[in-house]
Design a protein around this ligand. Sequence first.
Ligand SMILES: [Zn+2]
Length: 134
Amino acid sequence: MTLTKAQSIVDKLAKQFGVDPPLVNFKRKYKGRFPASSDYVWLDQTIRLAGWDSTEFSLLHEFTHHLCWINMKHVTHGSKFYWMLVAVIMVYYNGNYTSRNGGYSWANEYINGKKFYKKLLKLSIEEILANIVK
Ligand SMILES: [Zn+2]
């Protein structure tokens, strides 16, 4: 993914969520597989990707940190984070919150995220919508 493409994705998402967009750069030192290949620096609201081979999954994950920081000053991978991630991926994948049909790669999430996804799959769409952080 090019830097221009990555920035345009977060610009669009930021507009949809009504926040100022984070800046994206390629300054993350690569430390192995996703999600360690990217991070979010709340101090200057920047998403750092390892480079052109970074995926949209890491970008969506880090953008979720941006929203959690802006809206809640929340920085960890707790359930607030994962509910916000559901909101982000539902926007990005047109309502698809699962890994099916080319959706978000939950398999690459941290252990908390994998557990969250297992529970998520058991909920109805009404329950999911009721839980999404507004
Ligand atoms: Zn994270």
